[in-house]
Design a protein around this ligand. Structure first.
Ligand code: ADP
Ligand code: ADP
Length: 227
């Protein structure tokens, strides 16, 4: 089944001076359920814009996006909320953990919105933190964890509500290359073992190659040939 499809997706920005920036130009893309795809390209090529629109964090200027076969209605906030609660998990370059909450509390946090009982939340968060290799760090605050460990917590948090798709914007961009490699291996393991689809953005060709498929972006367009 196709989890993401875009048809003629475009996004432009018009500045006060009248300058127009085309961040995406008629992007057509299909991603199948269970795939691990990377969007790769230089800074400014449109990777984050594409990821943010597919993740319904931003709206297209024109064109359509289908998630699991249903066209996204960007004006319907309740359908977007439900996609964010049930279908899509996010991982960010800067981890974006809540600094006053422990690893366990950060992973429980998205479950509050799905009315999971507090004992079930703790049980699931413990399992997820175990899965990402942090079974012995449940009560640590983000400031007490390394960058790689913080990203592991963020991956566990992204999995909290059992999404079918995880979108990760430069997930290894703030990590040294060895740590980044381990985070990429962890995402691949979750992809293989749990069938969760992943889309990551990266400007690093080595990181891009950990994916099943590399979608190369340049000036807001998908480069025609695979590489
Ligand atoms: P990448 O993630 O590949 O670095 P982006 O998607 O962030 O690329 O940006 C693509 C283009 O769109 C760039 O020219 C960028 O400057 C522009 N852009 C992105 N976001 C905005 C915004 N909020 N306002 C204006 N221009 C933007
Ligand atoms: P990245 O490539 O890691 O996404 P960017 O520097 O391209 O980082 O973008 C960081 C943020 O700044 C994005 O959320 C984007 O929306 C915004 N942004 C990028 N370019 C511009 C721009 N020219 N004008 C306004 N906002 C921008």
């Amino acid at each position: 089944m196709t989890i993401i499809e875009t048809r003629d997706l475009s996004k432009y920005y018009i500045f006060g001076s009248g300058l127009r920036v085309d961040a995406l130009r008629e992007v057509n893309l299909k991603i199948e359920e269970g795939e691990f795809v990377s969007f790769m390209g230089p800074s400014g090529s449109g990777k984050s814009t594409l990821l943010n629109i597919v993740g319904c964090l931003d709206k297209p200027s024109s064109g359509t996006v289908f998630i699991k076969g249903t066209e996204v209605d960007y004006r319907n906030s309740s359908s977007i909320v439900s996609l964010h609660r049930q279908t899509i998990g996010f991982v960010f370059q800067a981890f974006n953990l809540i600094s006053t909450m422990s690893a366990m509390e950060n992973v429980c946090y998205p479950m509050h919105f799905n009315r999971t009982s507090s004992s079930l939340q703790k049980q699931r968060a413990t399992e997820l933190l175990d899965l990402v290799g942090l079974g012995d760090r449940l009560n640590h605050l983000p400031s007490e964890l390394s960058g790689g460990e913080q990203q592991r917590v963020a991956i566990a948090r992204a999995l909290a509500n059992s999404p079918r798709l995880i979108l990760a914007d430069e997930p290894t961009g703030n990590l040294d290359s060895d740590t980044g490699k381990k985070i990429a291996d962890l995402m691949r393991k979750i992809n293989r073992e749990q069938g969760v689809s992943f889309v990551i953005t990266t400007h690093d060709p080595e990181m891009a190659r950990t994916a099943d498929r590399v979608v190369k972006l340049k000036d807001g367009k998908i480069a025609p040939e695979a590489f």
